[in-house]
Ligand binder design. Structure first.
Ligand code: NDP
Length: 250
């Protein structure tokens, strides 16, 4: 199960997991954008299931595991990927923006884990992989709420890693730097609107924050998710693996 599986990193993870032999359930708010990805999964020879689900809606989330179980079987691998990023300087920071970031990036993951973990405990096995961020480890200007939410989700995953270890459930984070996705496109457009600088210049500045001088491809993040989902990774838990070109070294 991949949340936010309709585009960007989530789509790449869904396709990579399918390529590695998994049947894949994807969810996001817009059903019309999920269906083409579900079709791409089927084209890889795996079964797929797409569900419209907003991870900030407890009711919708609680119904998801049973719907997926009926369509594909129980959830062995959960990839918490759905997320959002908005920026604002701290002085005059809108409270709604603070609440929104925590709601989707932290409480959304809490909610989805709460719905999925009991089944994993029952079956004594599972993989939980959360797409966190290097903002889970370091601070940056104008992203107080996003950074707090991503630090929080890393803490949540570390706690679950300890608590669920005896059930053969591993829990890890992947911490990307800037990835070339629609989210980054939107961030670039916002920065361009705010600063009056051309988008190309902003993309260049973002890329230069990566010591390798480029945006990361979603497939690079997906490859780590596949590794963590595999049997060979059964001893890896409670980790936060950076995929950031070496920008952060802890
Ligand atoms: P995108 O904005 O490109 O895609 C986000 C996905 O999440 C879409 O499928 C979207 O679909 C879905 N989504 C958004 N809100 C909700 C919601 N409330 N409920 C369910 N699904 C939702 O994001 P990226 O692929 O760039 O990012 C994916 C994850 O990676 C996020 O957690 C992000 O914080 C993290 N990340 C991204 C980085 C980057 O540079 N792009 C860097 C580091 C981390 P829909 O709108 O239809 O709901």
């Amino acid at each position: 199960m991949v949340t936010g599986g309709s585009k960007g990193i989530g789509r790449a993870v869904a396709l990579a997991l399918a390529g590695a032999g998994a049947d894949v359930a994807i969810c996001a708010r817009k059903m019309a954008e999920l269906e083409p990805v579900a079709e791409e999964v089927r084209a890889l020879g795996r079964r797929s299931f797409a569900a419209a689900c907003d991870v900030t809606d407890g009711e919708q989330v609680s119904r998801l595991p049973a719907a997926i179980a009926e369509a594909l079987g129980p959830i062995d691998i959960l990839v918490n990927n759905a997320g959002a990023s908005e920026s604002h300087k701290f002085v005059g920071h809108p409270d709604e923006l603070w609440a929104r970031m925590l709601e989707i990036n932290l409480t959304g993951v809490y909610r989805v884990c709460k719905a999925v973990v009991p089944g994993m405990i029952e079956r004594k096995g599972g993989r939980i992989i959360t797409i966190a961020s290097i903002s889970s480890k370091v601070g940056a200007r104008y992203v107080a709420a996003y950074t707090a939410s991503k630090h929080g989700v890393l803490g949540l995953m570390r706690a679950l890693a300890v608590e669920l270890n005896s059930y053969n459930i591993t829990v890890n984070c992947i911490c990307p730097g800037y990835v070339d996705t629609p989210m980054t496109d939107a961030n670039v457009a916002n920065m361009a609107a705010r600063t009056g600088k051309p988008e190309a210049e902003i993309r260049k500045a973002i890329a230069s924050g990566n010591p390798q001088g480029r945006l990361i491809a979603p497939e690079e993040v997906a490859a780590v998710a596949v590794m963590l989902a595999g049997e060979a990774a059964r001893s890896i838990t409670g980790q936060a693996i950076n995929v950031d070109g070496g920008a952060v070294t802890f």
